[in-house]
Write a protein that binds this ligand. Sequence first.
Ligand code: FES
Length: 126
Amino acid sequence: MPTSLGLLTDFAVDEPTQVTIDGDAYLVVRRSQSPDEVCVVRDRCPHAGLSLSRGPRGGYDNGVITCPWHNSSFDVCSGQNLDWTPGFAGLKAPTWSRRLIAMGKSPAPLTVLPASVRDGEVIVDG
Ligand code: FES
């Protein structure tokens, strides 16, 4: 069932905004590359299930969101994992330690919701 998240103009460009959908946290991202569109991803890292938007150091840059906990990075529209557990809290760790930091978990993508903008409103289907 389609759900409205508000007006497109409610979401600042290049600033992922947390919203709640059916009790779960998601991030709405309006990229400067295509500010008339949005991408919606779960605000939960597939590595350890922690928030992507709250933590020691993370961030968003040019369509890529970096987890603040162990620095895994993801394409914010496809959800594709681009780098898996390369460090802690924004600090790079030695390559040999990645497996330890991963705690046995294999790289996985973010959960992505289908989203669109209709008549200036952000709508998710799902
Ligand atoms: S919780 Fe996100 S990389 Fe570990």
